[in-house]
Design a protein around this ligand. Structure first.
Ligand SMILES: [Zn+2]
Length: 106
């Protein structure tokens, strides 16, 4: 254990993973090559999420959070609990091309 590059595993119980596996590790393909498409998709998803959060914060500032951006009606509490960045009520989501709500929500 004199090599500083070796992780210090002393005191870690046998069978304990050194680090949690990232969910859906797409940085490397099955052949070990770097999966740029997977990384680009992850970045796109993160940017879309951040855009949604920015818009939600703007709606909070404007006191319109929780109101449908199309009809102005209330967005269902369960829908907001599922996705706090939701911008449309269950009735308007299909009209704006958003994916349908999960069963029982929206
Ligand atoms: Zn609506």
């Amino acid at each position: 254990m004199d090599d500083p590059r070796e992780p210090d595993t002393a005191g870690i119980p046998e069978g304990t993973p050194a680090a949690p596996e990232p969910a859906g590790d797409r940085t490397h393909g099955t052949d070990g090559t770097f999966d740029l498409d997977g990384v680009a998709a992850d970045i796109d998803a993160i940017e879309a999420l951040l855009d949604g959060v920015d818009r939600a914060l703007s709606r909070i500032d404007a006191a319109t959070y929780g109101r449908c951006g199309t009809c102005g009606g209330p967005i269902e509490d369960a829908a907001l609990a599922e996705d706090p960045t939701r911008e449309h009520c269950g009735g308007c989501r299909p009209l704006v091309g958003a994916p349908p709500s999960a069963p029982g929500v929206g």
